[in-house]
Structure formats: structure tokens, C-alpha cells
Write a protein that binds this ligand. Structure first.
Ligand code: PGA
Length: 248
């Protein structure tokens, strides 16, 4: 059985004091979680989060990583730097990075290789925009993004990768894909994985849904056979809401 994974994506929220408080509130509420629990915090809160997470079941994550080991890349953070701070997971290719910071399938692939090379686990985000969905391009877009992200990635490394299917139109909008829609698109993603690798690898891959997933809709989404977890934005910023998702 695959272990479901629920990850909070705090985005550009939570200073150090808020990080400590939120983790202290959240940790007891998710102490009996059956799934794997991760919080992906801002770079500046990583050290505080690491300390606050000690002795809890929650794992530490970051929200981006650069592809180069070091050098003249002002403002960027390397995989080894994250590793040094005991970060376990890193989100790569979030749609906000694709939309506002010029992230491409190629840069996602390069970041993924750097993360894996440093021994980090990655949550790789893919998903179509509203325009792409309305143009009937959802399958093509997620397949292209998936293949681009995984270019040159060996089968043995797949165990360190989680895919997050996040329809862009559902992120932060309160609009969720229906469980059936999410399940259908994730099935497409799994089919693409089968083509890229094989049936066993596709089956073993954990694929999350993300986009306005919250305390109310989590159990319905998690009941779908293809959905192996959630990437939670807004609802991960309140301990009780996040705990309700984790304890779906
Ligand atoms: P949301 O964000 O839950 O606020 O829609 C999800 C995400 O962007 O990962």
C-alpha cells in the first residue's frame, strides 16, 4: 500500500514567530496521522521550523531549489544548502513559479535533478490553466509537463518524487476540481508514467491533488482511487484546517 502524503505549501506566508506558533498548534493535532505529513515553509523560516518540528511526525519542506550546486545566482538557494538545514522535501515547478518567475519544463527538470542529486525528495507540480482546460488541452498539457519534468530521470529515482496535479484555475480560487475530474486527469498522468517507465512504476508513484483542497472536501478527494495525497495552500495556514485535511 502506498502511504498517502499531505503537504502544506505555506507560500510567502509565516515569519519566524508565526512559523513556531503554527507548528506548535498543528503538531499535536496531527500526531496520529496515518499519512505522511510535510510542511513547505519559506526559506527564512526553515531553521525555526526545523527546531519546532523536532519530535513531531511532520517533515520539513522548502518551496524551490536552484539547479546549480553553487555560484553567481543572486537570490537563489542550492539543494545542498537545503540539505544542510535538514530539509527533506522541496516543491518544484509550482504554477505560481511558472506564471510569475518564468519557470519552464526545462528548468523544472534541472531543479529536480539537483534536488535528487542532493538526496532531497521532490514534489513536482503540474497542471493546466483555465484557458488550456477550456481549449480541451488538459491531457496534452499535463503529459507534456510530466515528460518534461522527468526527462532523463531514472526509474530508481522515482521513489523520491511525488507528483502534484494542481489545475491552475483551482489554486487559491475556492474552485476545486470535482473528485471525478481530478481522478480522471490523474489517471492520464499515470498512463503517461506507464509509457515513460512501466506499469509497476506508474502504480507506485504518489500523485497528489492540489487546488482549494480543504477540511470540507479532503475526504471526498482522498476517497478517489487515483489520488494519493494533497498539496494544500490556504488551508495549511490554520492548524485546525490543516489537521482536518491530514486526518481526512
Ligand atoms: P490552495 O493552493 O490550496 O490555496 O488552492 C494550493 C497550492 O498552490 O499548492
Amino acid at each position: 500500500m502506498k502511504r498517502p502524503i499531505i503537504a502544506g505549501n505555506w507560500k510567502m506566508n509565516m515569519n519566524n514567530a508565526e512559523t513556531k506558533k503554527l507548528i506548535e498548534e498543528m503538531a499535536p493535532l496531527v500526531a496520529d496521522a496515518k499519512c505522511e505529513v510535510v510542511v513547505c515553509v519559506p526559506f527564512t523560516s526553515i531553521d525555526t521550523a526545523r527546531k519546532a518540528l523536532r519530535g513531531t511526525k511532520i517533515k520539513l519542506g522548502a518551496q524551490n531549489v536552484h539547479w546549480a550546486p553553487k555560484g553567481a545566482f543572486t537570490g537563489e538557494i542550492s539543494a545542498d544548502m537545503l540539505k544542510e538545514l535538514k530539509v527533506r522535501y522541496v516543491i518544484i515547478g509550482h504554477s505560481e513559479r511558472r506564471q510569475y518567475f518564468g519557470e519552464t519544463d526545462e528548468s523544472v527538470n534541472a531543479r529536480l535533478k539537483a534536488a535528487l542529486g542532493a538526496g532531497l525528495k521532490a514534489i513536482v507540480c503540474i497542471g493546466e490553466t483555465l484557458a488550456e482546460r477550456e481549449a480541451g488541452q488538459t491531457k496534452d498539457v499535463v503529459t507534456r509537463q510530466l515528460c518534461g519534468a522527468l526527462e532523463g530521470i531514472e526509474k530508481r529515482d522515482l521513489k523520491s518524487i511525488v507528483i502534484a496535479y494542481e489545475p491552475v484555475w483551482a489554486i487559491g480560487t475556492g474552485k476545486t476540481a470535482t473528485p471525478l475530474e481530478a481522478n480522471d486527469t490523474i489517471r492520464v498522468i499515470r498512463k503517461a508514467l506507464r509509457k515513460l517507465y512501466d506499469r509497476t512504476a506508474a502504480k507506485a508513484m504518489r500523485i497528489q491533488y492540489g487546488g482549494s483542497m480543504n477540511a470540507k472536501n479532503a475526504s471526498e478527494l482522498m476517497a478517489m482511487p487515483e489520488i494519493d495525497g494533497g498539496l494544500i495552500g490556504g488551508a495549511s495556514l490554520k492548524a485546525e484546517d490543516f489537521a482536518k485535511v491530514v486526518n481526512y
